[in-house]
Design a protein around this ligand. Structure first.
Ligand SMILES: N[C@@H](CCC(=O)N[C@@H](CS)C(=O)NCC(=O)O)C(=O)O
Length: 271
């Protein structure tokens, strides 16, 4: 029999992490921010009190609409960690320039500059952040609950994000001469293929506002994908559990601060 949310709790108290809203004292004033180019050497924007390990301030090199950068912003906010935001303009292909690829050979965002290293790959980064900054963990301590979080999170990160990534969409358009209509259909096809089983699993688990009792790794990876799904006019509301978790997350300051609408490199926020 499938383990429900309530039976988990009864069998495994470790599942019930202490609740926190991920609220930090950061105040964002997007409208007062400029739209900087990629200036990796300089401080572009401070957000709240930056975390320091050793002598280094953590810097997040990202793009406001990048779902993988959005993951990192949510995680940093949930953990209450300040950071410097270094915008990388994907539309200007700054991620492919020598200044960036000499530091991150993947040529993609996010890149986290932390502890004297330039770190790439969002899932590795999320796991590293949780290990390096264990306060307000993104993962529960119970092994079965950790498995559940990973099952759902990695379905989204590996099966959903990969075929919907911008270089894939560009390749379909430029190399295979696909119309925007065909690309939109591709996008919705792959969304459904993963969001439907995720929704079914959430129903089996009888989830509430969050997968567990506070947002963690799953919500950190889910929310950016749901944001993209809505941009592509996918009917997210047909998935009741996913839509409810989305609404509960968006009500929290941590998710609001991390949202693409509130980023300094969002052109809507330039004066
Ligand atoms: N597997 C990588 C994927 C990163 C990724 O695809 N980033 C996108 C933005 S969401 C990007 O930089 N795209 C520009 C490009 O690849 O040229 C990760 O999880 O960090």
């Amino acid at each position: 029999m499938m383990c429900t949310r309530s039976s988990w709790a009864a069998r495994s108290p470790a599942l019930r992490r202490s609740s926190h809203d991920g609220c930090t004292t950061h105040t964002l004033h997007p409208s007062t921010r400029s739209l900087p180019g990629y200036h990796p050497g300089g401080r572009v924007e401070g957000v709240g009190g930056s975390i320091r390990r050793g002598q280094n301030t953590v810097k997040l090199h990202g793009y406001f609409r990048s779902s993988t950068s959005y993951r990192l912003r949510i995680a940093l906010e949930l953990k209450g960690l300040g950071y410097e935001n270094v915008p990388v303009n994907l539309l200007a292909s700054e991620q492919k320039g020598e200044a960036f690829t000499s530091r991150n050979p993947f040529g993609s965002v996010p890149m986290l500059e932390a502890d004297g290293r330039d770190r790439a790959q969002s899932m590795a980064l999320l796991e590293w952040l949780d290990e390096a900054y264990p306060d307000k963990p993104l993962m529960p301590s119970d092994i079965e609950a950790r498995y559940t979080v990973r099952e759902l999170t990695y379905a989204i990160a590996t099966e959903l994000h990969a075929p919907l990534n911008l270089p894939v969409l560009k390749y379909l358009k430029n190399e295979y001469s696909q119309s925007q209509e065909a690309i939109d259909a591709w996008y919705r096809h792959w969304l459904a293929r993963t969001l439907e089983p995720v929704e079914a699993r959430l129903a089996q688990l009888d989830t509430g506002d969050f997968l567990l009792d506070a947002p963690g790794l799953f919500e950190t990876v889910l929310l950016p994908q749901v944001y993209n799904a809505r941009r592509f006019k996918y009917d997210v509301d047909a998935h009741g559990h996913i839509a409810r978790i989305e609404a509960a997350c968006l009500a929290l300051p941590a998710f609001q601060h991390a949202h693409p609408d509130n980023q300094p490199d969002n052109p809507e926020n330039s004066a």
